[in-house]
Design a protein around this ligand. Structure first.
Ligand code: PSV
Ligand code: MN
Length: 397
């Protein structure tokens, strides 16, 4: 199906306000628990990650910020910030959301904010507060903690006690936020904890976020659900409650696979975006959502995969934008099931790519970012400059 002039205009308007944040760790050598295959172009320093993110932004024009992980990107804490800001300025990109890391240090073997040892709970809280301070220095609004706390075997942890420690810890972290900052609480059902995880689902995250304070929201990582879970319904509920803070976008086939968005189930991504744009249409307001990518590129070339990710996200978002809303609500009200479903499917089947190419041309961008990247010579230069760099193998990113 091709686009009408009105639909084309809708796509252009929608893309104007659709910005995607790239994760620093997706440019580094990452792998699985079985090991890493090293990529000669992989970024090893925050400067290289910023340069890669800037290159993705150069060809896509919609990724002005890069998410950072404190331990991987600011190993000296706040001391690392000025040089990172300088590198960001030179690359023409901004530091985006800041993730504390309370899961990698040896102390966190038995948890962070819900560790039975008070001194470790304090260390975790101190690190989150330090991360909030780093975010103030980088001008970042969102702080995005994710927790491994839980247990691997029945009977080994007091789940109610853990819940209370989280209520306490997140409230204390919230108190450190600046007036314009937000804390986004991410959930995940399992891994690395395999029996129970303290913040296992959106209901727990929502409750903890609400109790932490008014600047807290929920972060939906699309890979953090059980198979067949209806993610778009979770999104619809969070939107209705004003509690959807952002996404970690990725796709999955089995568990938290961190694959390219839309590579396995593009219709699910479409249904999620559809709920957001339906909400915006119905309420006449723009949902305040941070669209962040959280993927692990262990086989595909990293920068190309990121460009492919951004192109896929734009394409699916644009498909959701061309849903005929008036028609859809009419069919819903009349319980015309087949017509309502067909209305949704018609938008999904629409080829929005020509309109997106037109939008790119209008912004002075090349119509095909992947081709522009390949022709630009960046990869060759990066490999040349990075050859012989010590590529960290042991850490995640
Ligand atoms: C955990 O699986 C997670 O989704 C969290 O967001 C972490 O910050 C990120 O992955 C690390 O890649
Ligand atoms: Mn995530």
């Amino acid at each position: 199906m091709s686009l009408s002039a009105r639909q084309e205009e809708v796509v252009h308007r929608t893309l104007d306000s659709f910005q995607i944040e790239l994760p620093s760790w997706a440019f580094a050598n990452t792998g699985t628990r079985f090991g890493k295959f090293l990529d000669p172009s992989a970024a090893a320093t925050i400067g290289e990650k910023l340069a890669d993110a800037a290159e993705v932004n150069r060809v896509t024009g919609c990724c002005p910020t890069m998410a950072v992980h404190v331990l991987w990107d600011f190993p000296e804490g706040a001391v690392s910030v000025p040089s990172a800001l300088q590198a960001a300025g030179a690359a023409g990109i901004r530091v985006g959301s800041v993730s504390p890391n309370v899961f990698q240090d040896q102390e966190y073997k038995y948890g962070s904010l819900a560790n039975p040892e008070a001194s470790i709970r304090k260390k975790a809280l101190d690190h989150i507060v330090d991360s909030i301070e780093i975010a103030k220095l980088t001008g970042s609004r969102d702080v995005t903690p994710w927790f491994i706390d839980g247990s691997n075997y029945p009977g080994t942890a007091n789940m109610r006690q853990h819940k209370r420690w989280f209520q306490e810890g997140l409230r204390a972290a919230h108190a450190a936020l600046g007036p314009d900052q937000r804390m986004l609480v991410e959930y995940k059902p399992f891994e690395p904890a395999f029996y129970h995880t303290d913040i296992a689902d959106w209901g727990m995250a929502l409750r903890l976020a609400k109790e932490a304070g008014p600047q807290s929201r929920v972060l939906v990582d699309t890979g953090h659900h059980y198979q067949t879970q209806n993610i778009e319904q979770i999104v619809a509920w969070l939107l209705d409650d004003g509690m959807l803070g952002g996404f970690h976008l990725n796709d999955r086939r089995y568990a938290d696979d961190d694959l390219t968005i839309g590579s396995i189930d593009p219709y699910q991504v479409f249904r999620i975006f559809n709920e957001i744009l339906f909400f915006e249409w119905e309420t006449g307001t723009k949902a305040d959502i941070a669209y962040m990518v959280d993927q692990s590129h262990n086989l595909k070339p990293k920068i190309e995969e990121m460009i492919q990710t951004v192109m896929s996200a734009q394409e699916i978002f644009s498909k959701a934008a061309v849903v005929d809303r008036e028609q859809l609500v009419r069919h819903q009200a009349a319980c015309s099931l087949i017509d309502a479903e067909e209305c949704l499917k018609a938008a999904f089947a629409t080829d929005v790519r020509p309109a997106i190419e037109e939008w790119r041309r209008g912004k002075g961008l090349a119509p095909n970012p992947l081709r522009a990247f390949r022709e630009g010579g960046y990869l060759k230069r990066a490999i040349g400059e990075r050859a012989g760099h010590a590529q960290p193998v042991a850490s995640y990113a």
